[in-house]
Ligand binder design. Structure first.
Ligand SMILES: N[C@@H](CCC(=O)N[C@@H](CS)C(=O)NCC(=O)O)C(=O)O
Length: 210
């Protein structure tokens, strides 16, 4: 199998944390001719990264890929042991996907201060902070979101939190975790855990080089 993606993509890095945690032999490769190219869209009509080439087909969407890998490689389980734990993991993962990461995306079209639309930035940062407040209600400040072990919730959360910490201050939110003690404690612990720390280091290097 190979994963089309990049360390610059928080969505790709969700899957890379899972691949590292399960010690899977899945190579990270660039999409042929780049994102949204004709060659890549022939493989993945959505045109975005990540996408997993299983050898039998191509699966897009980070959450779908994670669930697929979980089903195919059940060793080192990262989903729930029972329905209640599964629901909790899926809920935290959904909060970081929909209400934090996707809410933040519009700011990346506003990187140039000369052409920046303040209303777009304010709407996106407020929505992202609201999503973080949702997360704060479900976390308890410990290093893992659910069950005192690395789960798919942490795979979703860690790259999103790095993006929040790295980019929101540049858009006027100086201390995004200041009013969120559980998120702050969680992020402080999670970023030191293995293999999250290594993937975050690679993300930071990619962002620094971009
Ligand atoms: N919902 C998708 C989002 C993927 C996504 O937006 N990836 C970005 C890179 S971080 C991308 O490929 N953007 C190119 C585009 O939107 O055309 C997922 O979870 O995989």
């Amino acid at each position: 199998m190979q994963l089309y993606g990049s360390y610059l993509s928080p969505f790709t890095c969700r899957v890379l944390i899972q691949i590292a945690a399960k010690d899977l032999d899945i190579k990270l490769v660039d999409p042929p001719d780049g994102l949204n190219s004709e060659a890549y869209r022939a493989l993945n009509p959505i045109g975005k990264i990540p996408a997993l080439d299983t050898g039998a087909g191509v699966i897009p969407e980070s959450g779908v890929i994670c669930e697929y890998l979980e089903a195919v490689f059940p060793e080192h389980p990262m989903s729930g042991h029972d329905p209640a734990e599964s629901a909790n993991i899926q809920l935290v993962a959904r909060i970081f996907d929909v209400y934090v990461m996707n809410a933040m995306l519009p700011i990346f079209g506003q990187m140039d201060p000369a052409t920046r639309d303040r209303a777009v930035v304010d709407t996106a940062t407020q929505a992202c902070l609201r999503g973080l407040a949702f997360a704060d209600a479900w976390l308890d400040g410990s290093a893992y979101a659910c069950g005192n072990r690395l789960t798919l919730a942490d795979c979703m959360a860690a790259p999103s939190l790095l993006f929040v910490e790295t980019f929101l201050p540049a858009f006027g939110v100086a201390a995004p975790f200041a009013q969120l003690p559980s998120v702050a404690g969680y992020w402080s612990g999670l970023q030191r855990t293995d293999p999250v720390a290594g993937i975050l280091d690679s993300m930071k290097a990619a962002i620094g080089a971009a």
